[in-house]
Ligand binder design. Sequence first.
Ligand code: ADP
Length: 263
Amino acid sequence: NDRIQLEFKVVRYASKDRLLIARDITQTQKLQRMRRDFVANVSHELRTPLTVLRGYLETLTTESDQELWQQALPIMQQQSQRMHLMIKDLLALSQLETGEKPLQHRPTDICKLLHSVVEDAKRLEHFHQHQISLHCLSEKWLMADADELRSAISNLVFNAVKYTPAETLIDVRWHIEGIFAVIEVKDTGEGIAQHHLDRLTERFYRVDSGRARETGGTGLGLAIVKHVLQRHKAELVIQSAIGEGSSFKCCFPVKSVMDKIDI
Ligand code: ADP
């Protein structure tokens, strides 16, 4: 797949001579392949819940059994919610990629933002006595698009809850580290094998697809995080070790940092 692909064409040159033209089509082919894969992935992801919904609808139209209805409705609700989330994430990702929505840079109180994300995480269905600690080691604010940043950090904190067992320790930190201002989400869960790390931010990439679907994951969360950070000239650094846990660091250039202001 990484081989260079060339397209050759012979054209008549002067009266007898021929000219061989070689064109490097590696990039075009790669883009076409990515587009094909993307369409196939989206179709697959949407077809699964749709098939479940159709199955139930067909059964229920001829069925008056109350018990069956009671069993079917929550499943139908869950599957339509899954499709809704998928479409919401796809639209968010597409807006980020095309840059259609301009960044709304504003002075952002990171500690306040992290605090509210942590509170939201405690209300998640998958939250089972997880212990989330928040360490705001800097009082500095950040010039950032607060809504986009919130969606990125929520993805990281929610993942830490979704993919770790009950009672896991999760640490959310904001601090200055040399030339970077860092928001870190660290868990002491099962960790992720090294060979997955480079691919985690690819769209629809999942370490364990069965488990990710169970948790309601769309497979787009980390792709969204990556794009939000790119737009802020920041980087995502992922470290993980099996049996020890994972750390997701959002590293912003320290020049985006500012003193807190009174509003
Ligand atoms: P999803 O919507 O499936 O959660 P993400 O893009 O957010 O997709 O994450 C990609 C995959 O990375 C997840 O399916 C999961 O397997 C893995 N993952 C993400 N965060 C963690 C974590 N904190 N611990 C273990 N695995 C994780």
